[in-house]
Design a protein around this ligand. Structure first.
Ligand code: ADP
Ligand code: MG
Length: 658
């Protein structure tokens, strides 16, 4: 183990950033804000916090934000090992629904969303001496909120603010801010922070040969599969990194790759397949870093997380689908409170980053599964998420820290329409009153790490005596995987297996039936029994496991709030539906004479998704989880509700009349 530790120290010294160590420490010491621009893999994220810790000038904690949870957890594990300490002691992490920190934690990797959450309890982030905002170029909504908030906190803590009461205490606990980015937009960050200095960290980049397809590919999974085996059979050793939009694509390609890899002739090297995406269960991400044994080739299936956040050694070939999943708020079309994930074309900047991943250790090769014309017509760089995603949840969080979207010094201001939509959702939920003031109910909603709509559902369950049931359903709805995955190849078998869970009222009770059955299986069966049960019933065990841990967290929060989470409605149908309705007021639709449904709060006409378990497809009123846009607009996750339940919400009926 000593040997492994020494080896890690050797590796640390070899990283390109090591040469800049002293000048980085100096710049951060003499400036409130420092901007660091560095090529991916140069060592920014893992090394800089350690330099600051080892430098000895900072005695509080150092925060490092990441847009994605899997990056936060895996980087914390790496840096912990580099420090020779157990994870969760000196170095820890904090992400939604999971945390490993101790009293002695000095370096904390956390998602940008968690830092926003921490501001609700500690508005000046006083427990931190240094806040490092990493991957700032991604411009996620939470990163933008963090940047805007830091500007205000700097003014208050470092004594150049207008608040004179804070001035006296200034300098006693000054804050250092570091912004790190992998792309060349540093000027914008520098300008935002009053001409903060920009430092450049050079990486090691070898040339990368780029290949395009001659015609556009309609099926990128099939194209990726063929390209991989061409590389595997024809080309010299070196691992392959395939960029795909999302987890479902990764799982599909993984199973086809495995099938074909089993049929390879004897003289062809083995294929080791691993995957990397935002919600990968803890521990599994370590697999991608294991060295590839001789006589085999590693094939890594990743989302854009591997573009700049996580660098995997050994990659010489990149296959780029040219696609990504992007959060979009479709409020204008749908009147919906939630974001939708859409598969979209990547930007030029992403395409360049993806190709670059092939050239870290030698001459690399990038196979783009799109034409050169398609590349030329890509937009240059990403549009900040604040301009395209739902603002409901952050608006509520800002209200709790006494801020308002309108007064935040955003780098890019969100448009009035989406601000208006967030306000309307919060008002409908009774989180804010008619004069836009935060209500007590709103304050309680913000305590839960859930979409405010689901938090409202959860709190409503207390009145309806069904907190146990609601908690399970809300946990499943908050899981990042679907409970019923698409099983197109075995649709009939899947439908038959799932029929036993069907509840006539629709999908929410059906989900609950699955969870209840799984709970029973967990009580009597071990690991493999549970897995078999899920397989047999065509339900996604990952969704259930994730929901299980979310539910455990929610119970803890309820206990702290003195809410009895064991309240159960047994098999009585209405309490769960009425609680759901409380949160999903914007997702109510009424039957029209032609059999379609018309939204109460929006203009759209929707159909019930064919996957729905709802028995009566002509129920007078429905609630749904989300809309799916294909040739039609489908409501997915549907339950029937009585019109009399809807009448209990004057805000909703009032809207309908006007
Ligand atoms: P940057 O932030 O500049 O992109 P990082 O600090 O993330 O660079 O990475 C520095 C090096 O550490 C890379 O070579 C990367 O492969 C390696 N590394 C990061 N995490 C791990 C891990 N869990 N296991 C092995 N190597 C890792
Ligand atoms: Mg990094």
């Amino acid at each position: 183990n000593r040997k492994a530790f020494r080896h890690l120290q050797e590796q640390r010294k070899q990283l390109p950033i090591a040469r800049g160590r002293e000048s980085l420490i100096r710049s951060i010491a003499s400036n409130d804000v420092t901007i660091i621009l560095g090529e991916t893999g140069s060592g920014k994220t893992t090394q800089l916090p350690q330099y600051l810790l080892e430098g000895g000038s900072y005695h509080g904690q150092i925060a490092v934000t990441q847009p994605r949870r899997v990056a936060a957890t895996s980087l914390a594990a790496r840096v912990s090992a580099e420090q020779g300490q157990a994870l969760g002691t000196l170095v820890g992490y904090s992400v939604r629904f999971d945390e490993r920190v101790g009293l002695g934690t000095r370096i904390k990797y956390l998602t940008d969303g968690m830092l926003v959450r921490e501001m609700m309890n500690d508005p000046l982030l006083t427990c931190y001496d240094v806040v490092i905002v990493d991957e700032a170029h991604e411009r996620t909504l939470r990163t933008d909120i963090v940047l805007a908030s830091l500007k205000r906190i700097l003014a208050l803590r470092n004594g150049n603010g207008v608040d004179s009461s804070a001035k006296g205490k200034a300098k006693a606990n000054p804050l250092k801010v570091v912004i790190m980015s992998a792309t060349l937009d540093a000027e914008k960050f520098s300008k935002f922070f009053e001409s903060a200095p920009v430092l450049y960290v050079k990486g090691r980049q070898h040339p990368v040969s780029i290949y395009y397809t001659s015609s556009s590919q309609s099926d990128y999974l099939d194209a990726a599969l063929r390209t991989f085996f061409q590389i595997h059979v024809d080309r010299p050793p070196g691992d392959v990194l395939i960029f795909l939009p999302g987890q479902d694509d990764i799982e599909n390609l993984e199973s086809s790759l495995r099938m074909y890899a089993n049929q390879l002739p004897q003289n062809v090297p083995d294929v080791i397949i691993c995957s990397l995406y935002a919600s990968l269960p803890n521990g599994q991400q370590a697999k991608v870093f294991l060295p590839t044994p001789p006589d085999s080739r590693k094939c890594i299936l990743a989302t854009n997380i591997a573009e700049t956040s996580i660098t995997i050694p050994g990659v010489r070939y990149v296959i780029d689908s040219g696609k990504q999943k992007e959060k979009r708020h479709l409020a204008r079309i749908a009147g919906s409170g939630f974001d939708t994930l859409l598969t979209t074309d990547i930007t030029k900047s992403s395409a360049t980053q993806r190709a670059g991943r092939a050239g870290r250790e030698g001459h690399g090769y990038c196979f783009r599964l799109y034409t050169e014309e398609a590349f030329n017509s890509m937009i240059a760089s990403v549009e900040p998420e604040v301009l395209r995603s739902s603002l409901t949840s952050v608006y509520l969080q800002l209200k709790v820290i006494g801020q308002d979207l309108d007064t935040m010094p955003f780098m890019d201001r969100p448009d009035q329409e989406s601000v208006g939509s967030a306000l309307r959702t919060l008002w409908l939920l009774d989180a804010i009153d008619d004069s836009r003031h935060l209500t007590d109910f709103g304050r309680s909603l913000a305590v839960f790490p859930l979409e405010p709509q689901y938090a409202a559902t959860l709190l409503a369950s207390v009145k309806h005596n069904c907190t146990a049931e609601v908690m399970s359903v809300v946990a499943l709805l908050s899981s990042s995987s679907p409970l019923f995955p698409d099983t197109s190849s075995q649709r009939d078998k899947a439908n038959e297996a799932r029929t036993k869970f069907r509840h006539p009222s629709g999908d929410h009770w059906t989900m609950l039936n699955v969870f209840r059955a799984y709970d029973e299986v967990c009580a009597s069966e071990g690991k493999s029994g549970r897995k078999d049960w899920c397989k047999h019933n065509f339900v996604n065990q990952r969704a259930l496991r994730e929901a299980w841990s979310i539910r455990a967290q929610l119970r803890g929060i309820c206990e702290r709030m003195d809410i009895d989470w064991s309240l159960s409605c047994g098999n009585e149908e209405s309490p769960l539906l009425r609680s759901l309705l409380r949160g999903l007021l914007q997702h109510v639709a009424l039957l029209q004479p032609d059999g379609t449904y018309k939204q109460v709060m929006g203009p759209s006409v929707v159909k019930i998704h064919p996957s729905s378990f709802l028995t009566d497809k002509r129920s007078p009123a429905i609630i749904y989880n989300e809309l799916v846009y294909t040739t039609n607009i489908y409501a997915r996750g549907v339950s029937a509700v009585y019109k009399s339940f809807i009448a209990e919400f004057p805000k909703l009926t009032g809207m309908r009349l006007s």
